[in-house]
Design a protein around this ligand. Structure first.
Ligand code: ATP
Ligand code: MG
Ligand code: MG
Ligand code: MG
Length: 436
């Protein structure tokens, strides 16, 4: 993308309406604009980040055999009356009436819809397990939408749903999903710690929230620092084998981690003092096993091994894709702006032309830019160097390629790493292989 022609409005001043760093930086870096309370438009650079995150989420869902589909945002009230949640859900649900006086709603989540679709298709226990997911906009009429996309009313979520023949198989599905989540967050370059969460009126032990540490988080968190050292991408787990899944899960849960609601002083005391981490966290994901709650209330069964109806055990698994954009920024920024992890950055690098109009500088910049025009941002604006440097730091590209007249003569450009601030001079071809 050429900056001179792009829809990428950076702001020098801090917008008055933004109270937290990520919201300020998302507005200043030209990622989003609010269109009404808690509802945002994603501008081109913001959309790239959202897509990058969603695609990593998809890859790890696919890796455990989950199947992507796409369910609509609008749902019929009839579905929710069947589960009993139409009245129970309360004012967070946006209710809509169409011209035929039929009651619809903008989905806050999809348990009812996916269970109904499952029931239309799956008829026998032999077709289990099934894990279905989609990445779709949700609407929750939050009382206090705030902090930008962190707590929006319309937000982008990946939600997956598992259907299993019995409890043990459902536990396997839950553990596979746990592994997929750990790998997803690691690939996103963010430390999200799974913490035992409340299962509400249904009970049971199988619910975890994933929290990213940040001072602006809404929950207090306590966890064993050893968790942060684990490498889940190289963890060897045979996801088709129950014993292997159990071993992984036992290791994972051996590290103490709890939000303030679930904090247990006796267990905490067993964590070595130097490994105790305390702080605040942002909920970026939530996984939940809830058994036959929906299959029974909606009367969705398959035929079991003995021919009798079998009500599948279910779980649901959410990741806040749009909230993650803000959470990653909360966890990765400095005074100058965003520091994007490479895997989610809107552009891999920015090319900064220090002297527009200089034949040599222009030629080198064009050559570099042509290597990967959709992964690179070319700052070709007729602006002062200081403005370009400030915007590059603000937007947080992992690499800055700085092309000036002195280096151009010698056939070298400067390469700056945004995270470390390290600079080096490199021949143009070497930079081409690095950023291309
Ligand atoms: P919260 O406690 O923040 O209200 P929740 O527990 O109600 O979230 P879930 O129903 O568990 O949310 O939804 C799954 C994920 O969707 C959450 O972990 C979060 O990342 C994201 N999410 C929920 N509500 C919002 C929102 N208003 N704006 C942005 N993301 C959200
Ligand atoms: Mg909520
Ligand atoms: Mg919550
Ligand atoms: Mg939750």
């Amino acid at each position: 993308m050429r900056l001179s022609r792009s829809f990428l409005p950076t702001l020098k001043e801090n917008p008055a309406e933004a109270q937290i760093t990520s919201h300020r930086l998302m507005l200043r870096a030209g990622l989003i604009r609010q269109t009404s309370a808690g509802i945002y438009a994603w501008l081109p650079a913001g959309l790239k980040v959202l897509r990058n995150i969603a695609n990593i989420v998809r890859a790890e869902q696919d890796a455990i055999g989950a199947q992507e589909m796409l369910m609509p945002t609008l749902q019929s009230s009839e579905l929710w009356k069947r589960s009993g949640r139409y009245d129970a859900y309360g004012p967070e649900m946006l209710r809509i009436r169409d011209r035929h006086e039929r009651d619809l709603l903008y989905g806050p989540t999809n348990e009812e819809m996916v269970t109904d679709l499952f029931g239309q298709v799956v008829k026998s226990y032999r077709e289990l397990p099934q894990v279905l997911y989609h990445v779709q906009w949700k609407f929750r009429d939050e009382v206090r939408p705030r902090f930008g996309v962190m707590r929006g009313r319309e937000f982008y979520m990946k939600d997956a749903y598992s259907f299993d023949a019995d409890y043990d198989a459902a536990v396997d599905s839950y553990r596979r999903m746990m592994l997929a989540y750990l790998r997803t967050f690691q690939r996103l370059g963010v430390k999200a710690i799974p913490m035992v969460a409340d299962t509400g009126p249904i009970g049971g032990e199988l619910s975890h929230e994933f929290l990213v540490l940040a001072p602006t988080g809404e929950s207090g968190v306590f966890f064993d620092g050893a968790f942060e050292e684990q490498d889940w991408l190289s963890e060897e787990v045979d996801i088709a084998d129950r014993a292997s899944l159990a071993k992984f899960f036992a290791r994972m849960t051996s590290f103490y981690a709890a939000t303030d609601e679930k904090h247990d002083e006796a267990q905490w005391a067993k964590v070595p003092v130097e490994r105790r981490r305390e702080g605040r966290g942002i909920e970026v994901g939530h996984i939940f096993h809830f058994g036959r709650k929906y299959t029974e209330s909606m009367d969705i069964s398959v035929s079991g091994p003995d021919g009798a109806p079998l009500f599948p055990e279910m779980g649901s698994y959410g990741i806040g894709v749009s909230r993650l954009v803000a959470a990653i920024i909360e966890a990765s920024h400095d005074e100058q702006g965003i520091i994007w992890p490479e895997t989610v950055a809107p552009f891999g690098a920015v090319i900064i032309n220090l002297k527009n109009g200089d034949a040599q500088c222009d030629e080198i910049c064009e050559r570099l830019y042509a290597a990967a025009p959709d992964r690179l941002l070319y700052d070709d604006r007729p602006e002062r160097a200081g403005v370009k440097f400030a915007d590059a730091d603000l937007m947080g590209h992992p690499w800055q390629v700085i092309v000036g007249p002195r280096g151009a003569k010698a056939g070298v450009v400067e390469l700056k790493n945004r995270a470390s601030g390290e600079r080096s001079e490199l021949p143009i071809d070497a930079v081409l292989t690095r950023i291309g």
